[in-house]
Design a protein around this ligand. Sequence first.
Ligand code: CU
Length: 109
Amino acid sequence: MKVLALALLLVFACSKSEPPAQYTVRGKVVGVGPKLDIHHEAIPTYKHRDGKVKGMASMVMSFTPNEKTPPVAVGDLVTMTFTVHFDADPGTRIVTLEKLPPETKLGLE
Ligand SMILES: [Cu+2]
């Protein structure tokens, strides 16, 4: 039974081997905790779960930082690259994040 479970697990894992989609976007930090809440600009190239490019509007979303993510504060403007994992937790993971000059004009809605 254990072997079967392991086999199923492997099949499951292999079917999800497609690399997660990655996007680069600018935004403003609006919340800091274990996750960062970031009001991001629109992402026209965003692919939905069905694989179709439908874009994502400007909105506030939570992103999970990593050990290399520099400390940020509410109000900081940033540019970041993140990955989307539709069936995993966390679903949105920061890959790289850099602060932008505070005078940067962002298109937030
Ligand atoms: Cu979003």
